[in-house]
Design a protein around this ligand. Sequence first.
Ligand code: ADP
Ligand code: MG
Length: 682
Amino acid sequence: MDILEMPVSGIKGVGPKKQVYLHSAGIKTLEDLLYYFPRSYEDRSRLYPLVQIPHKQRVGVRARVIGGPVEKRINRRLTVIKVAIEDDSGRGWAVWFNNPYPARQLKTGSEYLFFGKGDRRFEIQLLNPDVQKADQRVGIVPVYPSRGRLTPGEFERFIRTALELASGKIKDVFPEEIRVHYDLGEINYCLKNIHYPEDYNSLRQARRRLVFQELFLLQMGLLQIKKSVEDVEKGIFFAEKEVEEIFLKKLPFDLTAAQKRVYGEIKKDMESSRIMNRLVQGDVGSGKTVIAVMALLKAVANGYQGALMVPTEILAEQHYSTLTDLLKGFDVKARLLTGSCSKKERERIYSDIREGHADIIVGTHSLVQGPLEFARLGLVVTDEQHRFGVRQRALLFGKGKNPDVLVMTATPIPRTLALILYGDLDISIIDEMPPGRKTVETYAVDKKIRDRVYKFVGRQLSEGRQAYIVCPLIEESDVIEAVPAAVLYEELKRKYLKGYRIELMHGRMTGLQKEEIMREFRDGKINALVSTTVVEVGVNVANANIMVIENAERFGLAQLHQLRGRVGRGKYQSYCILVNHCSSRVAGERIKTLCTISDGFKIAEKDLTLRGPGDFFGTRQHGLPDLKIARLPADMDILKDAQQLALKIIKQPDARTDAKWRQAFEKIEKLCNENNLPQGTI
Ligand code: ADP
Ligand code: MG
């Protein structure tokens, strides 16, 4: 048996109880333990003379025990245990609270290494020190995160034993020439050094290799899913039809070069017999809708039905009306299915779709929740897909027989990241705006001139325009200092925007309440909308020309850009005003980048470099496993290398049967199984 598959129960110290705890933490085998990585490290190589230990810092000393433990009961809940120690510099105490055990192991007259927190308030003390024999190697030691009832110390013991058991016996997933090429350490060495690094350089090497491995395996898993769909399943062949030409001729504008290119990619997919799985990324306003409509028209012209799924009712209404406008004069019957359809209407729509009397259906999640059946579903389009779970898309896909899939998103993600987050999709990018689009004038202002800002908003309202005002939170908070939407709402009503209809919208409202407000705003019945970031993605209100964002320093750049995309949709000059409440220069500079950059992709990249590691939107959200060691975007460079290798391997037809990649493929399979990575499509 592979040593890595040894159950944790085989490890000394893991009894039935600990085994249960480990299992519930997802740790079942020796391998799982070895891949439970330290949260941080403590450098024990540097020792202090006892009398010089700094106050309140964790430090190490080498000292002799000069007396037995003294236990002192302070009260019912606190017992203090003290042991007198000395080194050449002088005397002090090792002190434990409510824990007599470490002191009892010590022999008077022997020398030990103590690692604890320095305290010099009254005497020289080391608080709650870990103790090692003086002849043991000291270096950089791991500090593990606790998990459930398992303490960092327990993990340390188990993992140390696991490392001893596995030492030298772990098979490498990477063949030697690959390790040389990508400068990756050997696996036994790296696993040992990620837990007990010889020095910082070894730690860096170990980490690099393990990050590479993690990203490589995940990328391979995703590419493989994509490939297996392509290899095994036959998709629908949609022929080229005349209506595509006619549609373009009737369109009141010319497609941009980017739109043409992306539609070309979609057309090629649809006209092949493989299943299309394509993600279209395009900044807000880049014109994704018309592309989706063209694909739907092509499906219908071929005798198939199409479905367009969007996250909110108001978006569904908007898309439905755009779609029916664009398809006027074509023989296409579209239906709108929303939660507000009456029971009778709904039954009618269901039967139209089931019997094939209708060609296109536009709707929200209701498309997958109800008993909707299609006569011949050929194309599935989802818009603003990051709002949908993988599962919902899979459900819609399942309503047809291998329909083509088109996913549209306005969230720009740099290509490298898109390849891992959407590694199972082909990617098309609309990287150009339709001509004549006015840029949104963007200003970063200090909170001191808020007064001017809202007077300006007032003037715009008096000219008939509408405004969005966004705040980071809804109510006063003890922890975060920011303008709450509710307070601002009252202030505006009383002062700056008196006499106008202002509404407050926030995340605690039900979906229906929010939709109702958005509808009234769209219809011009509300002049200004004060809200948290719930302002619906993708809603088109051409008359709204101002976006004010309070505490802009609290938002990511990409998010600010997304919010800015709510305005600049009509013929009026639009404004985005970012109110900065923070005095830090860095925050100010960060916000200012928005004033000069309007390209969503550039902003996304900037955002990723400016944000710290770990700040990245989770992989979980995208239906992928949590990353155990890699940090995106910080590890982007390693990701690039890992991707390059994965793409190379996936293209080699015999890699799967090649003995040197066997370990890797076994690991990939395990990863997919354990994480329920969607098999089949999307
Ligand atoms: P998004 O990519 O954000 O979904 P839309 O599809 O809603 O963008 O398009 C935004 C606006 O741009 C719509 O009013 C649409 O009619 C218009 N539009 C799309 N493509 C072009 C083009 N090539 N030329 C001019 N206007 C266009
Ligand atoms: Mg859109």
